[in-house]
Design a protein. Sequence first.
Length: 82
Amino acid sequence: MLLMIVIGVVVFGVAVAVVWFVLTRGSTVSETTKKDFDDAYDELVAEGTLDDGDRAAAWREFHAWQLEDEGERSSWEDPSEE
């Protein structure tokens, strides 16, 4: 019985933490700049994680994904714009 109470309290605490994180993170998400992307790209190439391919194409794909994600996130924050 005591174990079930402890598990319930832990689950409740984790749920509160997740809700708090999602609510506070939503309005402070920032866009990754081209410079940040280039720095991360260079780091991945230096580590050998990524082959040094077409950086411009990689940026275009990443930026398009980022814009799409931002649009989707915005629609969740303000559903009245639908």
